[in-house]
Design a protein around this ligand. Structure first.
Ligand SMILES: Cc1cc2nc3c(=O)[nH]c(=O)nc-3n(C[C@H](O)[C@H](O)[C@H](O)COP(=O)(O)OP(=O)(O)OC[C@H]3O[C@@H](n4cnc5c(N)ncnc54)[C@H](O)[C@@H]3O)c2cc1C
Length: 388
C-alpha cells in the first residue's frame, strides 16, 4: 500500500483523538497525533482528581486506533507556507493536512494576587497540584472556589462532599447557563452539602492574598485554599503562527472547520471558532467537531466539497459530588430549557456520559467512521449565519 497523504493532528484530547481515529478509515492516509502527554486525559473528570475519586487518565492504547501514530511532544510553531510543524524538541513534521485541536486551559486571571495565590484546575497538572494542596491543609481549613460555572460548581460540590468547608463565590449568578429551575436544584444540593454560595454584584473577587479573598462589596473572606475556576483560555499557538483567530485565540474557520487562511488547516474542539460563532467549549462539542474535522479532510482528499457542520448540543450535565447531579436540557441553539433531571439519577447520567465519551473514542478507534450524533441540528445557527 502506498501512503499518499500525511495528516498531522495537534492535540490528543476529545477532538484530536476522535479526528485521528476517524482519519484511519482511509488506508492511504498516514495519521500522526502530537500530544505533550503519553496518556489521554479525561478533562471532564479533573474535579474528581481534586476530590480524589478518579485519576482522569486513560491509556492511549484504549482510545487511539492502531493506525494512528502518537508522537509525545508539543508543537511550538506551525509553518503553513512550508506545511510543517516544529516541535518543542526541535524536530519538524511535514503534513499535507493539519488538524488543529489544542483545546483549552486556564484563562489568565486578571485579578491581583490570583496568579500567585489561587489554584487553577483546567488541566491535569493543575488538578494534581491542587489535590496535594488540599491534602496538606486541615479538613476544617476554609476553601474558596471562585467562579460558579460548571467547573466551579463541580469542584465545590466534590470538596464539600469530602467534608471540606467550602465557599463558592459566583461573581454573578450561580450556574449562568442553567434555567432558573435547574439553578434552584443545584443551589439546593450545594446547601445540603454545606457549601456557602455567594451570589450577586457584591460577590466578585477583586483581590486574592495568601490567606484571603477580597470581594467587590468590600468583604474579606479568610481562605486557606483559593481555587480559580472563572473560565477557560486557549493556547496561542495559532496566533503565534500567524493564523487568523478570534479575539480569544481560537482558530477562525468556515463552517467546514477549514481555516480562513489555509485550505490545508482544519480545526476542532475548544480551539476552533467556526464562522466566529464558536460552540460552547465542551467535550460534548469536541467529539463531533473532531469527527467533522476528519470528514472535511477526507472529503478534500477525495476531491469532494466538504459539508458544513450541523451540530446542536443537548444540554449541560454536572456532577454535584458523587451522589447527585443534574442534567440540564437545552434547546438546539444551546439555551437552557425548563426541564432537568436531578438528584441520584442526575449523578448516574453524568457518570454514564463520562464513560460514553471514552467509549465513543474507543468505538471510533475500532471502527473508524462509526460515530454519528443523532441530535445534531441547530436551525438557529443557520438563521444567524444567513442573516450575517
Ligand atoms: C473540571 C472540568 C470538568 C468538565 N466537565 C465537562 C462536562 O461535564 N461536559 C463537557 O462537555 N465538558 C466539560 N469540560 C470541558 C471539556 O473538558 C473541554 O471542553 C474538552 O476537553 C475540550 O476538548 P478538546 O479536545 O478541544 O481539548 P482538550 O481536551 O483540552 O485536549 C487538547 C489537547 O491538546 C494538547 N495540546 C495543547 N497544546 C498543544 C501543543 N502546542 N502541541 C500538542 N498538543 C497540545 C493538550 O495537552 C490536550 O491534550 C470540563 C472541563 C473541566 C476542566
Amino acid at each position: 500500500m502506498t501512503v499518499s497523504t500525511q495528516v498531522v493532528v495537534i492535540g490528543g484530547g476529545y477532538a484530536g483523538v476522535m479526528a485521528a481515529n476517524r482519519l484511519t478509515q482511509r488506508e492511504n492516509v498516514a495519521v500522526t497525533l502530537i500530544n505533550p502527554r503519553p496518556t489521554f486525559v479525561e478533562r471532564i473528570r479533573l474535579h474528581q482528581v481534586v476530590g480524589g475519586s478518579d485519576d482522569a487518565l486513560v491509556a492511549y492504547r484504549d482510545v487511539l486506533g492502531e493506525g494512528a501514530r502518537l508522537v509525545v511532544d508539543t508543537v511550538a510553531r506551525i509553518d503553513a507556507a512550508e506545511r510543517s510543524v516544529t516541535l518543542a524538541t526541535g524536530d519538524t513534521v511535514g503534513y499535507d493536512y493539519l488538524i488543529y485541536a489544542v483545546g483549552s486551559g486556564s484563562a489568565d486571571p486578571r485579578v491581583p494576587g490570583a496568579a500567585e495565590f489561587a489554584y487553577p484546575i483546567a488541566d491535569l497538572e493543575e488538578a494534581q497540584r491542587l489535590r496535594s494542596v488540599v491534602d496538606a491543609v486541615p479538613a476544617t481549613a476554609a476553601v474558596t472556589v471562585v467562579g460558579a460555572g460548571p467547573t466551579g460548581i463541580e469542584t465545590a460540590a466534590e470538596l464539600a462532599e469530602e467534608g471540606r468547608s467550602v465557599t463558592l463565590v459566583c461573581g454573578g449568578v450561580l450556574g449562568p447557563y442553567l434555567h432558573p429551575r435547574g439553578r434552584r436544584s443545584v443551589a439546593g444540593r450545594l446547601a445540603e452539602l454545606g457549601v456557602t454560595v455567594l451570589e450577586g454584584p457584591d460577590a466578585k473577587v477583586t483581590a486574592v492574598t495568601r490567606d484571603a479573598v477580597r470581594l467587590s462589596g468590600g468583604r474579606e473572606l479568610p481562605s486557606r485554599v483559593t481555587i480559580w475556576a472563572t473560565g477557560f483560555g486557549v493556547p496561542d499557538l495559532a496566533r503565534r503562527s500567524g493564523l487568523s483567530t478570534d479575539a480569544m485565540g481560537r482558530l477562525l474557520t468556515d463552517e467546514t472547520l477549514t481555516s480562513v487562511d489555509d485550505v490545508r488547516i482544519v480545526a476542532a474542539g475548544d480551539s476552533a471558532a467556526p464562522s466566529d460563532l464558536p460552540f460552547r467549549m465542551s467535550c460534548q462539542a469536541a467529539g463531533p467537531l473532531g469527527a467533522k474535522a476528519a470528514d472535511t479532510v477526507l472529503s478534500r482528499i477525495a476531491g469532494e466539497q466538504p459539508a458544513p457542520i450541523d451540530l446542536g448540543l443537548a444540554g449541560q450535565c454536572l456532577s454535584l459530588g458523587r451522589r447527585a447531579g443534574i442534567f440540564q436540557l437545552a434547546h438546539k441553539d444551546d439555551t437552557a430549557r425548563g426541564i432537568h433531571l436531578g438528584g441520584r439519577p442526575g449523578a448516574k447520567l453524568k457518570e454514564f456520559i463520562c464513560r460514553l465519551t471514552v467509549k465513543q473514542l474507543a468505538a471510533e478507534a475500532r471502527k473508524p467512521g462509526s460515530n454519528t450524533w443523532a441530535w445534531a441540528k441547530d436551525d438557529k445557527r443557520q438563521q444567524v449565519l444567513r442573516a450575517g
